[in-house]
Design a binder for this molecule. Structure first.
Ligand code: ADE
Ligand code: ZN
Length: 334
């Protein structure tokens, strides 16, 4: 594999902590919590990772995470991700979590945030990675449920940098959450949203106009709308693209067909991320290496992707400058 792709210092901006839940850890925590999984073994579970679209993945993703019950479980999940991320050249991570997927089955919001926070708080010291949490609302749940989740999170405002929107996209346009996001912005949080993964360019417009997002998660279908491309380019709205995810969820047929190269050539601020790496066959280093090979990206393009990741991140200006200097010093060649 392309060693430079792994060594390159990078920020990961689109990773669902529940999507980093590796089968071995799923089984270990299930056993500890006395939960019976509908799969006889780790290998049998892994063999089920064949998806036809986003929903077919989400069904398994939500089922597996039901074994997460205690603060320790959430802490172990986040620690496991950070340990792996370090091996992939990640020096900064902005990590999504889905509180409603846990509170809806009786886990307290505090349990989730305290567990995740215990890892995020110490990530610099333990892993050499600065990290932040982004709380996502499930777009296939109601706006009322999202608002209640926002209220539960307000006392923990300092632990969360932004709110996001994920889960089943089609039929759940961003505008459904306009009021929730207005409230989040008023509370001082930044906003991001999944849009243009399976959904149409109109959803990306709504994410920009109704949710006032700082970044668009995925956004690959934006290329279907030249006016949207012009806006994203002119306003330098970053897109957090997840190439291996797009192949696994059949957004594109093959990595060789991925629009990432065209997105870069259109002047978009593209970043490369892993989305749900335990399910999609690779962490962020593998995503960099795979697209570099499939799309024949030059070392300069990989360095640009790394620079973009820091430009797009929610870090302060001195930290950003320090990370960009690390990219400039890095050896990118194969
Ligand atoms: N939740 C976890 N992964 C997701 C994805 N790729 N799209 C939407 N929601 C998600
Ligand atoms: Zn995602």
């Amino acid at each position: 594999m392309h060693a430079g792709a792994f060594r390159l210092p990078k920020a990961e901006l689109h990773v669902h902590v529940e999507g980093t839940f590796e089968p071995e850890l799923i089984f270990e925590i299930a056993e500890r919590n006395g939960v019976q999984l509908p799969f006889p073994s780790v290998d049998a579970l892994r063999r089920a990772y064949e998806f036809t679209d986003l929903q077919s993945f989400l069904n398994l993703y939500y089922a597996a995470m039901t074994v997460l019950q205690t603060e320790r479980d959430f802490a172990e999940l986040a620690h496991a991700y950070l340990g792996r991320a370090r091996e992939q050249g990640v020096v900064h991570a902005e990590i999504f979590f889905d509180p409603q997927a846990h509170t809806s089955r009786g886990v307290r919001f505090e349990t989730v945030i305290d567990g995740l926070w215990s890892a995020v708080r110490d990530s610099e010291r333990l892993y050499g990675i600065s990290s932040k949490l982004i709380m996502c609302f499930l777009r296939d749940a109601s706006a009322e449920s999202a608002m209640a989740t926002l209220e539960a999170a307000l006392p923990y405002g300092e632990r969360i940098v932004a709110v996001g929107l994920d889960s089943a996209e089609l039929g759940h346009p961003p505008s459904k959450f306009r009021r929730v996001f207005e409230r989040a912005l008023a509370a001082g949080w930044k906003t991001v949203a999944h849009a243009g993964e399976e959904g149409p360019p109109a959803y990306v417009w709504e994410a920009l106009d109704a949710l006032r997002v700082s970044r668009v998660d995925h956004g690959v279908r934006s290329l279907e709308d030249p006016q949207l491309v012009a806006r994203l380019r002119d306003e330098r709205i970053p897109l957090t693209v997840c190439p291996l995810s797009n192949v696994k969820l059949r957004v594109v047929d093959r990595l060789e067909d991925h629009p990432l190269r065209r997105m870069l050539e259109s002047g978009l601020v593209v970043t490369v991320n892993s989305d749900d790496p335990a399910y999609f066959g690779g962490y962020v280093g593998e995503n960099f290496a795979s697209v570099a090979q499939a799309l024949d990206l030059a070392p300069g393009a990989l360095a640009l992707l790394a620079r973009n990741s820091f430009e797009a991140s929610f870090i302060d200006a001195p930290t950003r400058a320090a990370y960009l200097a690390r990219v400039d010093r890095a050896e990118v060649g194969a």
